[in-house]
Write a protein that binds this ligand. Structure first.
Ligand code: PM9
Length: 457
């Protein structure tokens, strides 16, 4: 196993505290067995999300001090615009305060009621924003994406045959754009190959429809292309990114991921008419187009983050650190989605806790065990998050029951990863003692955020 040594040294530290098991047992009960209700201070290693949780560099913090907070025409905007154009290449760049507001702008200008948006797999906020504009999100991932055991170098791909079929069946009039999410978060942070981007782009162009990339984790995706796809080993990740975006007509971006910042995003596109509409809407809901809901200093941090994220020593460490966690778990026989993705390890809760039926939320039971036993916070992506009531009052569960361990960028050392792996391996050994959960309170929408549960004795 290759040990991924950190390509940085630490200049500022933030204390994290290990609570006792008794304290955590009390806290998780008080939280209704929902880790979203826990005070973050009571968590030792927080793997809830890799979004907005990155550590910024000294170079980015220095940029923060150069913030120009002019209402219009801030110098940081021009730096930001140049940094985005250099990599993404699109003509019109509109900053937003995070990814979902970029999605909201895109679907506000592009969709009319009943329109269909194909994607490899929509991330939750993308799906919600399509539906908010009365559109229909359609996922066209390759079949392998749904099998946690199948190894595939580009398990995030869209199936081009499914896309072609959709165009044939519903007609291009009902499909105003095509999207591709890189990496494919909902399929386990799996990458999309350049060949697939080309194939999807060719179909979109054939039907004269723009291709938009959901670019949140573009650098991680391009690193996988360099590692795995024939013909790319000698290209820089920057060159690969430029090529990838050259096949598209626009993108939405949450800079909270591969922008290496704590807040920010943007939408970029070549089409002037859509861009003008988006910018006009931006003024109503976010702010003037040279700040888009952000401070000048935030734009500077994004401009610098986008430079840094393409540093290949950083990317080798980043991808290596997640892989290292996966390899430790694999050696000990802990079941998770293979191969390891770019930003997270996704534990397979169905296989981890076969004694807990789906009706008792095995994924959430595992999340509770990780916190109670080791102070680790993860997130359930399974029956609690996506379960739906059926006509008979029972519950319909999604195919996969996963627990995501999303690793923040540049925040935890590889020793923290060893701690996480050892803790999970210990929990796996005594998995028979873990009990299922019963829902006692749920909201009508997005219930996992506020649900309260109790343990079944
Ligand atoms: N992803 C994540 O934890 C943030 C939490 S959302 C409940 O994975 C993709 C692929 C994402 C994503 C956020 C967004 C939205 C769009 N696409 O959070 O609005 O993974 O900046 O980005 C989260 P914002």
């Amino acid at each position: 196993m290759q040990f991924p040594a950190e390509p940085f040294r630490i200049k500022v530290v933030e204390r994290i505290k290990k609570t006792t098991r008794e304290e955590r047992d009390r806290l998780i009960r008080e939280a209704g067995f929902n880790v979203f209700n826990l005070p973050a201070e009571s968590i030792y290693v927080d793997l809830l999300t890799d979004s907005g949780t990155s550590a910024m560099s000294d170079y980015q913090w220095a940029g923060i001090m150069l913030g120009d907070e002019s209402y219009a025409g801030s110098k940081n905007y021009y730096h930001f615009e140049a940094a985005v154009k250099r990599i993404f290449g699109f003509k019109n760049i509109i900053p937003t305060h995070q990814g979902r507001s970029a999605e909201n702008l895109l679907f506000s200008v592009a969709l009319k009621e009943g329109d269909i948006v194909p994607n490899n797999i929509h991330f939750d906020t993308t799906r919600a924003n399509v539906m908010h504009k009365h559109g229909v999100p359609v996922d066209l991932a390759i079949d392998e994406a749904m099998d946690p055991e199948i190894g595939h170098p580009f398990k995030g791909n869209m199936d081009p045959a499914k896309l072609e079929r959709l165009f044939q069946e519903v007609g291009a009039e009902r499909i105003p754009l095509v999207m591709l999410t890189v990496t494919n978060n909902s399929a386990g942070g799996q990458p999309v190959s350049m060949e697939n981007v080309r194939a999807v782009s060719a179909i979109a162009r054939k039907y004269q429809r723009p291709l938009f990339i959901d670019a949140c984790r573009f650098a991680e995706n391009c690193y996988f292309i360099k590692e795995r796809e024939a013909g790319y080993a000698r290209k820089s990740v920057f060159e690969i990114a430029c090529e990838l975006f050259s096949h598209a007509d626009g993108c939405t971006m949450s800079a909270k991921k591969d922008g290496l910042v704590n807040i920010g995003g943007f939408i970029a596109m070549n089409d002037d008419a859509w861009a003008e509409k988006a910018a006009n809407l931006l003024i109503v809901v976010e702010g003037f187009p040279t700040y888009g809901g952000l401070a000048g200093r935030d734009l500077e941090a994004i401009a610098r983050g986008l430079e840094e994220v393409l540093d290949e020593d950083y990317l080798a460490f980043r991808i290596g650190q997640i892989r290292y966690l996966g390899e430790m778990l694999h050696k000990a026989g802990v079941p998770f989605v293979r191969p390891v993705g770019g930003h997270a390890v996704f534990l397979n809760a169905k296989a981890f806790l076969p004694h807990i039926p789906r009706q008792q939320y095995p994924g959430q039971a595992l999340v509770v065990a990780l916190y109670r036993e080791a102070g680790i916070r993860a997130v359930e992506i399974g029956g609690l998050m996506f379960g739906e009531k059926d006509a008979a009052g029972g519950e319909k569960f999604p195919e996969l029951e996963l627990v995501r361990l999303a690793v923040p960028r540049r925040v935890y050392t590889s020793m923290h990863m060893s701690y996480v792996a050892d803790s999970i391996i210990d929990i796996h050994k005594k998995r028979d003692t873990i009990r299922g959960l019963r829902l006692i309170h749920e909201a009508p929408l997005l219930r996992h955020f506020t649900a309260r549960m109790e343990e079944i004795s």
